[in-house]
Design a protein around this ligand. Structure first.
Ligand code: CP
Length: 311
């Protein structure tokens, strides 16, 4: 494993499997009445969030605390960032306070890479602009493996606002590394120009791809990143690219529905689908804690056993 986790494109198949297998071991802790290991006692993890988050920020905090690390939560709102302090000075200030790992979410693509050049400790990308969200892809792969087994040859369809999605890019790279076949489905206006370099297929016909999918992952329409009109109306988007009960019925037996959250219920996914037995949306959140425990554990103390020894 590298010292940092910045992109799923940096992970070898062995790295990815190590993280998923370690998460599987660590999930035993989540089933205990006392959900805590001493593994990262004395280490400090800083959550540095320049963009809003519910799932990622809270699950990194829970993951670090379950490994007994000290946790410092930094939110740009209410900090000296509002007085004009730069990312570099903010990061060096946190390092001076003893951060062993910095988990960063930032609106600028590439911000975690810059941070990794300035800091001595580990940097974990918790979502940078429209670029990557590697721990989301890892928890998605973990969830798929638990439901479907080995991902080799599995057909995963990712649907929606690919253009603004860091989740899509991280998933495409990781799933390709793990042997899955990925198809992206989106309106032509929401397909990135550089898509030809991604290891996946592209389709504009959701209904044609649906019956051949083991996994259908719906993406949030990211209104906050849209500075233009990418589709005629929410109703038209839903009609062509939304997952409703009728489309759910066309999926193969055993196929699952995923969404990274937060959802626009009634737009990219109908409420009945989000709440159906095929949906893994709540499991994804639970698995996020375990997978982030594995990432922090491997980056900060990877040479010691994850479970066992002095607990
Ligand atoms: N999936 C995800 O990154 O959610 P949050 O924005 O709530 O962290």
């Amino acid at each position: 494993m590298n010292r940092h986790l910045l992109s799923t494109a940096d992970l070898s198949r062995d790295d990815a499997l190590l993280i998923l297998d370690t998460a599987e071991q660590l999930s035993q802790v989540s089933d205990r009445s006392i959900k805590k290991l001493p593994t990262l006692r004395g280490r400090t993890v800083v959550n540095l969030f320049f963009e809003d988050s519910t799932r990622t920020r809270i699950s990194f905090e829970a993951a670090a605390k379950r490994l007994s690390a000290d946790v410092i939560n930094f939110s740009a709102k209410g900090s000296s960032v509002s007085k004009g302090e730069s990312l570099k000075d903010t990061a060096l200030t946190l390092q001076a306070m003893g951060a062993d790992a910095v988990v960063i979410r930032h609106g600028a693509s590439g911000a975690p890479h810059r941070l990794a050049n300035w800091l001595d400790g580990s940097v974990v990308n918790a979502g940078d602009g429209t670029h990557e969200h590697p721990t989301q892809a890892l928890l998605d792969a973990f969830t798929m493996r638990r439901r479907l087994g080995d991902l080799d040859g599995r057909r995963v369809t990712i649907v929606g606002d690919v253009l603004h999605s860091r989740v899509a890019r991280s998933n495409v790279h990781l799933l390709h590394t793990l042997g899955a076949e990925v198809t992206l489905v989106a309106p032509p206006t929401l397909v990135p120009v550089a898509m030809g370099e991604w290891p996946c297929e592209v389709s504009y016909d959701f209904d044609a791809v649906l019956p051949k999918s083991d996994v259908v992952m719906m993406l949030r329409v990211q209104h906050e990143r849209m500075n233009a009109s990418y589709f005629p109306s929410a109703r038209e988007y839903s009609r062509r690219y939304g997952l409703d009960p009728e489309r759910l019925g066309k999926m193969p037996d055993g196929a699952i529905v995923m969404h990274p959250g937060p959802m626009n219920r009634g737009m990219e996914i109908a409420a009945e689908v989000a709440d159906s037995e095929r949906s893994t949306i709540v499991e994804q959140v639970t698995n996020g804690v375990t997978v982030r425990m594995a990432v922090l554990y491997l980056l900060l103390s990877g040479s010691e056993p994850a479970i066992g020894g002095n607990q």
